[in-house]
Design a protein around this ligand. Structure first.
Ligand SMILES: [Zn+2]
Length: 611
């Protein structure tokens, strides 16, 4: 009997260890070699692409998908129809796509496609190209796809395009046939309906031929600065005159999952030293109205990068470029495209946000279509912290705006779960509040649950464990669990997969001789631990901490100068919780979560004051 039990026990241990280890992680790899010939008069370009694709999955692949994003900018496209039929259209898009002339639309038209030098069949529907392979790609094998294409840059409507409202000639983002990602959830051949991206990790080797008076900024390290000049030459380096009025620019970008560039014949190109030897590049229109702000932005960008290095982990590339382009602010690998005619605070703010995406998206490459909050929310969280520090804003809670937006949405009846696919929200507003605000509150509030120090350690460990991968929500919460020792699956589930809300209140306060009997109540469905701040008549204060039973953990006292009393834990199913304050002092007032980091939808019942 003993022997059998031992055997059973060992089997159970083996299976549980197997279920918990994460060694099954894999990701695909794609190495791009691309060549582009740009005609700056017609905004048409020809491209060639050689792509080495390695199937690191355990599956045999019989087909692959490409994104042809520029096809979205055509009348009748999904993006066009969606932007005209959504309840609250994006003012940048509205019905503008429907009005594009044939010479103004965007397109990518493949003219040749081969797999290992053999022609392969493909079909294109909207922004997605499906290729039926002649030869399946077995697990662990590589194949080479070659493609040639004709393309036209659309008029600037959303993110990419030509002749932006600020006069930038070419914002070249999502401009090439981009292989769709295949991961543990299968293919992600999402159509482009104006929102998020998910790409394959790899190396890019890109050459761009363009008229000599155009300056290019973007992803990757320029390989031939002495040939093209335009502010890339190092002091003392000679700059060669263009041959036949054009330059061919050669960029290499290792370990990225996208490649973006912008070009203009009127760019000023400055460089500024960033932390740890990183070179910061700035490309902006030669316009005296914006010049001073763009000069002053440069040291701030260096400070911002140093802040993110310190708070999350070191920026892993050698350069970063802030480029005037696009229609607002959008993050790309090693770069951002932002509009330039802004007040200084707004210019620094948008740079802070987009630069922060280098961590939360371009290194921690979450599938942002599915988990937009880990991309926009985490970025909003850390860039709000950075702005508070770099611009010396000194706000007691730099995330108060995110809480206000979330609380408005949570009580509006229009909230959808945070796990909603980015394209499938009923309104742009519901998406925006969820992705940016509720996603940011996820982190601040997690700091309330596990303590700010544990939150800070979690961000650092998350970065070091998942950089250059595609982390999932579970990867993040498991990191927080490992750092804090708490059980936190409930927090991830309620906050991201439901619209359950938090509402705790002080129900009754009864004086019984020396002691005070306090009864709290849980009104909302979402569980939370409770910090109750008590102020006595003599203005001394004490903190009463009620751990949430399902966390199986106690956070450290976040205030070294405040006496904290740890009470019995509160099991979620009990709607009320009663305890006694035995200080012998008269109570002036008490408040649940005086730091307001718990997103309680009804703060009124969190405060009790003596009559
Ligand atoms: Zn963002």
């Amino acid at each position: 009997m003993k022997h059998i039990l031992n055997g059973f026990f060992l089997t159970a241990v083996f299976f549980s260890a197997f279920a918990q280890n994460n060694n099954s992680y894999w990701q695909q790899e794609v190495d791009y070699k691309m060549n582009v010939q740009m005609d700056v008069k017609t905004f048409q370009y020809k491209g060639t692409q050689e792509l080495k694709y390695t199937n690191n999955s355990p599956d045999t692949l019989n087909k692959v998908f490409y994104h042809l994003y520029f096809n979205a900018f055509q009348p009748g496209s999904e993006m066009d129809v969606r932007s005209r039929s959504i309840a609250d259209p994006d003012s940048r898009v509205m019905d503008r796509i429907s009005k594009l002339l044939p010479s103004e639309i965007g397109y990518i038209k493949p003219t040749m496609f081969t797999q290992d030098n053999t022609t392969a069949k493909y079909t294109i529907k909207g922004t997605v190209m499906e290729v039926m392979l002649n030869k399946p790609i077995l697990p662990g094998e590589s194949t080479v796809f070659s493609m040639e294409w004709d393309a036209q840059v659309p008029s600037q409507i959303r993110r990419s395009g030509r002749e932006s409202s600020e006069g930038v000639a070419l914002t070249m983002t999502q401009w090439y046939p981009k292989l769709a990602e295949y991961d543990f959830e299968g293919w992600h051949a999402d159509p482009y309906i104006a929102r998020e991206f998910h790409g394959v990790w790899g190396d890019f080797d890109v050459t761009i031929t363009i008229d000599a008076d155009y300056t290019i900024g973007g992803t990757g390290y320029l390989q031939n600065p002495a040939e093209v000049g335009h502010g890339y030459t190092i002091p003392g380096q000679k700059w060669m005159k263009p041959v036949k009025g054009k330059y061919t620019w050669h960029f290499l970008a290792p370990d990225v999952h996208d490649f973006a560039w912008a070009a203009d014949d009127d760019y000023i190109h400055d460089t500024y030293p960033g932390p740890n030897g990183v070179t910061l590049h700035f490309f902006y229109k030669d316009n005296p109205e914006i010049a001073e702000n763009w000069k002053n932005l440069q040291p701030k960008t260096a400070e911002l990068m140093a802040f993110f290095n310190e708070q999350i982990g070191e920026y892993p590339y050698e350069q970063y470029s802030v480029i005037q382009g696009g229609d607002g602010g959008m993050e790309y690998a090693m770069s951002t495209m932002i509009t330039g005619g802004r007040e200084f605070g707004s210019l620094v703010g948008v740079t802070a946000h987009e630069l922060a995406h280098s961590w939360f998206q371009f290194v921690l490459a979450t599938n942002e279509s599915k988990h937009e909050w880990m991309d926009e929310g985490f970025t909003s969280y850390i860039s709000d912290e950075a702005m508070n520090y770099v611009m010396k804003e000194d706000k007691p809670n730099p995330h108060a705006g995110s809480y206000r937006s979330y609380l408005y949405m949570a009580t509006s009846g229009a909230e959808q779960p945070l796990s909603t696919h980015a394209d499938r929200y009923a309104s742009n507003r519901a998406y925006g509040v969820n992705a940016y605000s509720k996603g940011s509150v996820f982190l601040t509030q997690l700091g309330y649950v596990i303590g700010p120090e544990n939150l800070s350690k979690t961000l650092k460990r998350y970065y070091s464990d998942f950089k250059f991968k595609h982390p999932t929500p579970n990867d993040f919460i498991r990191t927080a669990e490992k750092v804090s020792g708490f059980e936190l699956d409930w927090y991830l589930m309620d906050w991201t997969q439901t619209t359950n809300t938090i509402d705790y209140g002080i129900k009754t306060v009864e004086n019984e001789e020396e002691n005070t009997k306090v009864t709290l109540e849980r009104i909302g469905l979402m569980p939370m631990p409770i910090d109750l701040y008590v102020t006595y008549e003599d203005d001394t204060q004490e903190l009463f901490y009620i751990p949430l039973r399902m966390t199986w953990g106690e956070k450290p006292n976040p205030f070294t100068d405040l006496k904290r009393i740890v009470l019995e834990d509160w099991a979620w199913a009990y709607p009320t919780y009663t305890f006694e304050i035995k200080s012998g002092k008269k109570i002036k007032n008490m408040m649940i979560d005086a730091t307001r980091r718990m997103a309680d939808i009804n703060p009124e019942n969190n405060l009790w004051e003596a009559k």
